[in-house]
Design a protein around this ligand. Sequence first.
Ligand code: B12
Length: 367
Amino acid sequence: MDDVQIAFIAEAVIREIAVSGAGPGVDAAPPGPSSGKPEASPRAPLGEDRGGPLSPPREERGETPAVPSGDSSFRAKGYPATPSPGAPLSRSVPPESLHPAAVPGKAVEFAVDLPDPTAPEFRSRPRVADPVHPEGLKALIASTTARIGVGRSGPRVGTKPLLLFQADHATTQDALFREVDRRLLDELGLFTVQTRITGGKQEYLLRPDLGRQLNDEAGRIVGERCAKGRNIQVVVGDGLSAAAIEANLRQVLPILEQGARSTGLTFGTPFFIRYCRVGVMNDIGALLEPDVLVLLIGERPGLGRADSMSAYMAYRPKAGDTDADRDMICNIFERGGTNPLEAGAFVLQLAQRMLEHRVSGVGLKSR
Ligand code: B12
């Protein structure tokens, strides 16, 4: 999808959100005594900037906005595009790395020109020898991302399915252990804070409890740089896939900011959380008291899919909240998932429902 198409779709999505009408018309006044929910501080109506001393939007503070609104050419400069799946792997091997016997007398340029084992046509090819129902087998394989119909060679798995599995596993490991590219975060104007993980990704995997709490410095920085009590606060977390954030954030974040502002909702300064788990939403809720908190986070990769992002959402999150108090929009990725631009629109629609009914999670299902 090129920039012009993205800009076109983005405008259409924002127009639709504006027409579908949340924003100033939505009643999100503080719950009264009948709601049974205590109110920590008085809140202004939606659309009004209710922040404290640090409340002005970033533009008013003379800072660069997270994204230049309406700029269709908004794209990473020098940021690598996600490689298209199925592109052949072609690598030149330096002659000095070859066995001497392969270089008789003169330097030879040796090219490894194998097809990418993860290409869709290899992924879906039936490999059972003489299947009873060839068409049925094809249909079964096409119906799932599970590894079925891979055949065997004697008692062993065949070379091609094995290569595919190893390639998928490598993709998963990369996405999980890699850090989100600093250039993307800079480009989108996101500052970084960290959870209580101090021992890198290994500790992150072993101690989800620490990934659910902001560290002390994060609490201080977020308190200083973000305004309290915005209608919508977006935060981004690496979660279990850096690749997911890199593949989708550039499209989703501008839609959320522009969509929220165009419907008159106040939008908090977004930031990035390293070593992030979903439960950290409670700490952010306690610090910033947003009406709706949106956490964009990398999903656990699997089956060759490492670029899938989720938006976890909660209405006025607070200490003690569980996943039952949250909602989520999952499988955000291009080509087969929820398209990131559409996902932005879904998130805003869900946020509007939360604002309208002043509840999220299981409580929202019955509304
Ligand atoms: C891992 C996982 C689980 C694990 C979570 C355990 C853990 N500590 O990691 C287990 C097996 C317990 C689980 C259970 C459920 N899950 Co689940 N889960 C996933 C999975 C595979 C990965 C999630 C992930 O990567 N999260 C990101 C990491 C960084 O988050 P985390 O902080 O490490 O872990 C938290 C989240 O994973 C969260 N979580 C997990 N599932 C769900 C579901 C909902 C609705 C919410 C709000 C939160 C939530 O629970 C963890 C603890 O807070 C996704 C698939 C996907 N495509 O995302 C499905 C997925 C998120 N789960 C789903 C569902 C429906 C559920 C259940 C409601 C199933 C059920 N009927 O019981 C329960 C709810 C559990 C809960 N936490 O309340 C759906 C959500 C669909 C939707 N849009 O609402 C997904 C997308 C799978 C799917 N395609 O159907 N899940």
